[in-house]
Design a protein around this ligand. Sequence first.
Ligand SMILES: Cc1cc2nc3c(=O)[nH]c(=O)nc-3n(C[C@H](O)[C@H](O)[C@H](O)COP(=O)(O)OP(=O)(O)OC[C@H]3O[C@@H](n4cnc5c(N)ncnc54)[C@H](O)[C@@H]3O)c2cc1C
Length: 398
Amino acid sequence: MLTAETDILVVGGGIAGTSVAYHLTALGRRVTLLERGEIASGASGINAGQIDSIGWGHKPDLQAHLTTGSLDIFKSIQLDLGEDVEFRQSGALQAIHTEAEGDFERERVRALRERGHRVELLANREARSLEPGWSPRLLGAMYSPERSQADPCRATRAFATLAERSGARVLTSREVTALAPRPGGGWLARTSGGDVAAGSLVLAAGAWCGPVGALLGLDIPLVPVRGQMWATAPVAPSVFQTMSSAESALAWHRDPGTDPPLLTLRKGARLTRHLYGRQRRDGEIIFGGDRELAGWSATPDPAGIEVNRAHAIEVLPFLAGLPIARTWAGLMPFPLDGKPLIGRIPLRPDLWIVGGLASSGFGRGPMAGKLLAEYLHSGRPAAVLAEADPARCVVERH
Ligand SMILES: Cc1cc2nc3c(=O)[nH]c(=O)nc-3n(C[C@H](O)[C@H](O)[C@H](O)COP(=O)(O)OP(=O)(O)OC[C@H]3O[C@@H](n4cnc5c(N)ncnc54)[C@H](O)[C@@H]3O)c2cc1C
């Protein structure tokens, strides 16, 4: 049953897919987005909501485009378009626990500032002035005034709403189960709710880009990595910036690992502790950190949650008095070589992908979607997309 024809079909209703749909409709294109659950039912709805910009710098690279470009888009959604996505440019503190971390952060801040990024090294007293709950036992902090936060679910849904307002069809509870090229050009998608014919096809299925690619006979080298978090019950305003810790930054600087890089655990052995957190507008204080290959499991590992909570208490000692009220987990799309996939897959006609946004796709997804939309519309990639070219790694499936 052919239920719909469209110019461009987007598979996946996370931050990447909804941003592509929003930006393509803004360019006047006819778009249909298919999501198998609700909008934001993947990683985009349950992440920590941290937006990791440190500014364009003197010579913007891919990372600066994705992070600072996304920051500009978040601002425009909240400030210009009136969508309340709980956006706040709160700034961020990264805790320094040891002398080795202090030496590492000093050099990192120097190098980033030289490249024109907005970061500072703070003495611990200065960090405590910004964040009253901050531990007096820490050695200091890296402060990033542009880092921001927003509610992940509200923000992702706002992109879908804005796309719909400009004419996109956003269809939920529509799982794509088969994809085939049409004789004469274009694509046919079989879904749980009927077939959709399209000119171009955009894969934005997050951690599920692998299985969706398999429907096309392609091997898309990204894997699901489990991220997990916990929350306190709502409390009065107590955490004002977004929080992290230098421990993992130093560990991954020394040895990022491979296939994929930047995990906290590998085969059950802990490589480092990682930390991120903030306080939501509803008062919950939320923290997370672990990244582990756990197949398709999105069930939190209680031992990892305890390690993470202890780490958070080292930064904000008052958390010791606040029990965990809930925990959750989700799947992050980690590319095996650590770089995102944004662009055309040349092995099939009119096939595009925006994926592999890993552990920071909430803060990079809006601009990733915009860059992909502009490339698809104009046929010309932005120069910064060279290192995200999917042609480097997507191959035929054997
Ligand atoms: C616990 C946790 C904390 C995180 N914290 C942060 C953070 O603070 N800041 C940050 O920047 N990033 C964070 N991330 C990472 C971020 O959430 C992801 O990088 C980002 O959400 C990926 O977006 P996406 O749109 O590519 O994928 P997703 O949001 O996973 O969306 C993919 C969508 O595709 C749909 N789909 C899959 N298969 C099909 C199909 N066959 N048919 C139709 N639809 C399909 C899925 O249902 C899903 O909704 C975190 C992630 C986790 C798990």
